[in-house]
Design a protein around this ligand. Sequence first.
Ligand SMILES: C[S@@+](CC[C@H](N)C(=O)[O-])C[C@H]1O[C@@H](n2cnc3c(N)ncnc32)[C@H](O)[C@@H]1O
Length: 217
Amino acid sequence: MTKNWAQWHEDYDNPNSWLAQRLEIVQRDLRRALVHAPCDPDGTRRLISICAGEGRDVLPVLADDDHGYAVRALLVELDQNLSQRARTTAATLGLSNVEVATADAGEVEVYRSVTPAHVIMACGVFGNISSDDIQRTIATLPVLLTVGGIVIWTRGLLDNGYDPSLEVRRCLEKHGFAELSFSSPAGSRNRVGMHQLSAHPAYAAPVHSCTRIFDFL
Ligand SMILES: C[S@@+](CC[C@H](N)C(=O)[O-])C[C@H]1O[C@@H](n2cnc3c(N)ncnc32)[C@H](O)[C@@H]1O
């Protein structure tokens, strides 16, 4: 049975939930990334959100008038209702440079129009795919990002106390990323990382030669 992702999103509405607490960290990191990531000569940054859900992390930040971020964003979400909610929110916030694709984010081809990206959001992804797929997805990030590009990711602590974010951090390092920040608030299972691509690894293949990178479990 597939998980009810619409219901999962409801926790965002409870300010005391782990998800609302994670959101604060993710949005703080995204604001930093939108200042520190490289950009095109005209100041534009391209952003990808993998498995974007309702876009609750990205859309309010992009709409933040005080900063006037120049961002072209692609949010990829498989679920029709959730992606439509993201689309409606983007329209309500006046974000004309945000595209929401109702599509399979495991297919690399879907990102082609916004690569190389300057920022990639991979939140709520690594906890739902196999270890092999985590490795494959991380190995593909350098293909999708420009050098200096930033990925923001999450991976929660397990019930048995094991912390799988350690593997994610090791794998990112192996694939040419340097850690900009890692948040593990005391008493919380939330783990949020922000990594920057230092250089394209020699193996980085062109986007068109990559195909499937993950399936949700
Ligand atoms: C844990 S939620 C994360 C949502 C969002 N990134 C966030 O952190 O608020 C995972 C989302 O991935 C979506 N999803 C699952 N498989 C997918 C796929 N193959 N392609 C795109 N989205 C997918 C689900 O519908 C769900 O909205």
